[in-house]
Design a binder for this molecule. Structure first.
Ligand SMILES: [Zn+2]
Length: 344
């Protein structure tokens, strides 16, 4: 399939669900190629083969989108680690890595903008923030992205600035907000209100990503779905957040003396079936742009893709316990082993 023949994001969404794997920061950190804390995607320059491999694994597992790993590769983060001089190189490299996998697989190629951590409604940060979005969006356009994701904004106004920059590129815009413990943006809007403003300002897809797990994100996704007419996105983190601890940052582990976020969240990890259930519930609501954010592994993405009726390449290896030596049902298995199953 040539790039020209490849259906675009909006055509695919009109046709059915689109799966987008996210969570590159956490996965590269787990693998030992990225430092938690500043969370800057230096792996793009230091170990590009890891990023390429992860892009391929996510596509193999069912992701329809290869998202360039420029998340937190913006000017403020590069300044923070003393490597602002590598900003453009990192962005261009991340885009090239994603483009390669999108081209070879026929997946969509997405650019990525994120919260700057500089925005404040009370000062003159708007100009700085906008310039940061403009430089990153510019490199994404030059590299030929199919659309641009602007994600994890806790200020609706910052999301609106990012959207305005994406709109100027003429490319489709996916804009997702990050909802912390209080179910409002930091500028005081409900997710439904904020997403309606984004839709009115020209976003093609609006919704929520990151921070909240499936259980504590879904009700807000439902409210967004009811408030807008455009496509809706939902990309939770794969953690068992609760009403009392609704975000991955607020989770507390009685067996661990410290804050589990971000490096000790393991015991809270959702299994693949929980992500499949989330996908089914979101689809039932009419949400079509689905994914998993920080903490996602390929098994989560495959479960989500299968919940959407897909059979990605990784489905070749979807579990089949019928041939398990002790728990299986295959007639050739030894009955004494099957009889021992309860003692396993
Ligand atoms: Zn995330």
């Amino acid at each position: 399939m040539t790039l020209q023949e490849k259906p675009g994001l909006l055509a695919r969404l009109d046709d059915g669900p689109v799966i987008c794997a996210e969570g590159y920061l956490f996965e590269c950190e787990r693998r030992g190629y990225l430092q938690a804390g500043a969370f800057v995607p230096e792996v793009v320059l230091d170990h590009p083969e890891v990023v390429t491999g992860l892009h391929r694994e996510f596509v193999h597992a069912g992701s329809d989108v290869v998202e360039a790993f420029t998340y937190y590769g913006h000017r403020e983060k590069m300044r923070l680690i003393g490597k602002e001089h590598l900003l453009e190189e990192l962005n261009r490299r991340a885009l090239e890595l994603a483009r390669e996998v999108a081209e070879e697989s026929g997946a969509l190629f997405a650019g990525d903008l994120s919260n700057t951590n500089l925005f404040s409604p009370d000062d003159d940060s708007r100009r700085t923030v906008r310039a940061m979005f403009e430089e990153q969006a510019g490199w994404a356009v030059e590299c030929g992205v199919d659309f641009i994701i602007a994600e994890t904004f806790s200020f609706a106004e910052e999301a609106l600035i990012a959207l305005d920059v994406v709109r100027e590129t003429g490319l489709p815009a996916v804009v997702t907000l990050a909802l912390h413990q209080e179910p409002l943006t930091r500028d005081g809007l409900s997710p439904a209100e904020a997403c309606k403003r984004l839709e009115d300002a020209g976003a093609d897809v609006v919704g929520l990503n990151c921070i909240r797990g499936p259980r504590t994100m879904l009700p807000h996704v439902a409210a967004v779905r009811a408030a807008v007419t455009c496509h809706v996105a939902a990309l939770p983190v794969p953690y068992r957040t609760t009403i009392a601890q609704p975000t991955m940052q607020s989770l507390r582990d009685p067996d661990f003396d410290g804050r589990p976020f971000p490096t000790a969240l393991d015991p809270f990890t959702c299994n693949r079936y929980e992500l499949a259930d989330f996908g089914a519930a979101a689809l039932e609501l009419g949400v079509r742009y689905l994914g998993v954010c920080c903490g996602a592994g390929p098994h989560h993405i495959r479960a989500l893709a299968e919940a959407a009726g897909r059979t990605p390449a990784a489905s070749t290896y979807t579990a089949d316990m019928s041939k398990h030596a002790f728990l299986g049902t295959d007639p050739s298995l030894r009955p004494e082993n099957q009889g021992y199953a309860e003692k396993l």
